[in-house]
Design a protein around this ligand. Structure first.
Ligand SMILES: Cc1ncc(COP(=O)(O)O)c(C=O)c1O
Length: 403
């Protein structure tokens, strides 16, 4: 099949819920993707914060080869060593005492809501203690539960009614959160750094205030680190920067080095209310995927690797500040580590910039508030950041001249 035939068949056979550019990706190497016509793209998206180790990492390839002939799947009816080992590593790296595997971020969020509701009801004896508080611009997934806690009306409205009892506060507004969190609140869910919503970090005061409010009202604090977690912000977990611990944390995206896996990390008191049969998943945390995830985790959690993310992330931040100085169309740059947003003036829609990026050999993605979202592979080097800056300068120059 040639490139056009592949695109035509995609349009004929697949549900048209994604807007894709008109090229076909074939292979990747490091921070670069290549299409069927041999064109090379610098990838500043990493499969939406998934490919932390980039493409065709020799270590990942090797561990996949090593385990490909072993057990791929046995279901969660049985013990396997790989699953247990992966759980132990994640728990030792975090606040958590227990873990539950999932297949994706959304599935982890769903599980966290179920655990929180069961804990809240059984610890309080209050049957009405099932409410969830989420925040403006939050993104937690697309299933009926996770979508109910996702703020964007465009994603929600065609599918109502979603699960009930979800209330939205204003991100970083503690006073408004205090008015929403009460005796019927089971959990508060928040991204320590919002991704889809526009790369917005929560303030330390907001997160520690939420911690206090949850404790006062017997509610659980859930951190969604699906996008900002596992090295992305320069610390293993994004919330390490603010020194506030949640009761549950959901993670996914980079965990499997490109293979689908998620997890819910939780404290003992929450795990204590979950009994056999309460929750389950056929594929989640199988022996093959956890063997690969275990390897990826060892690489990403290495302090030298995290130092690299901080260093190259600081460098990217400096370059972005300079860029903002040169282009008045840029309203703000914000972020940390290798998670940055470039917010543009409304007069230049980010969708246009993202659509024009491949012409410059660049892959970009947008986020809320007219923001370009930068989530490169965490292995990106300073020279590749320089290449990105040259390309984005070209792109913004063309876009502003055209506008
Ligand atoms: C913060 C956050 N939570 C949840 C999700 C949903 O994860 P998934 O797409 O793996 O289901 C995403 C995905 O973008 C996310 O960024």
């Amino acid at each position: 099949m040639n490139t056009q035939e592949i695109i035509n068949k995609e349009q004929q056979y697949l549900v048209q819920s994604y807007k894709r550019p008109n090229f076909v990706l074939e292979r990747g190497e490091g921070v670069y993707l290549f299409d069927t016509e041999g064109r090379r793209f610098l990838d500043m998206v990493a499969g939406i914060a998934v490919n932390a180790l980039g493409y065709s990492d020799p270590g990942v390839t090797e561990v996949i080869r090593e385990h490909a002939g072993g057990l791929l799947h046995v279901s969660n009816l049985f013990h396997t060593a790989a699953q247990t080992l992966m759980a132990e590593k994640l728990i030792r790296s975090s606040f958590a005492d227990r873990l539950f595997f999932a297949n994706s971020g959304t599935e982890a969020v769903e599980g966290a809501f179920k655990f929180a509701r069961k804990w809240a009801r059984s610890s309080s004896g209050n049957a009405d203690k099932y409410e969830i508080v989420a925040f403006s611009n939050a993104f937690h997934g697309r299933s009926m539960g996770a979508l109910a806690a996702t703020a964007n009306a465009k994603y929600r409205e065609p599918f109502t009614p979603l699960i009930g009892g979800v209330h939205f506060g204003e991100y970083n507004d503690l006073e408004r959160a205090a008015a929403l969190i009460g005796p019927n609140t089971a959990a508060v869910i928040i991204e320590p750094v919002q991704g889809e919503g526009g790369i917005t970090p929560a303030s330390t005061a907001f997160l520690s205030g939420l911690r206090r409010l949850c404790d006062e009202h017997g509610a659980l604090l859930i951190f969604d680190e699906i996008q900002c977690g596992m090295g992305r912000t320069g610390t293993l977990w994004a919330h390490e920067a603010v020194d506030v611990n949640p009761d549950l944390m959901v993670i996914a995206k980079p965990l499997g080095g490109g293979l689908p896996i998620g997890a819910i990390l939780l404290t003992q008191r929450v795990a204590d209310v979950i009994v056999v049969g309460d929750h389950g998943s056929t594929f989640a945390g199988g022996p093959f995927i956890t063997a690969v995830a275990s390897y990826v985790f060892d690489r990403v959690s290495d302090p030298a690797f995290l130092d690299h993310v901080k260093e190259v992330g600081n460098y990217l931040g400096e370059q972005l500040s300079e860029l903002a100085g040169d282009f008045p169309i840029i309203r703000e740059v914000r972020g940390r580590g290798l998670m940055w947003g470039i917010e543009l003036d409304e007069s230049l829609p980010v969708a246009n910039v993202v659509a024009a990026a491949p012409e410059q050999g660049l892959i970009l993605v947008g986020a809320g508030r007219n923001t370009i979202r930068l989530l490169p592979p965490l292995i990106i080097q300073q020279a590749e950041v320089d290449e990105f800056i040259i390309k984005i300068r070209q792109l913004l120059k063309h876009a502003t001249q055209e506008g």
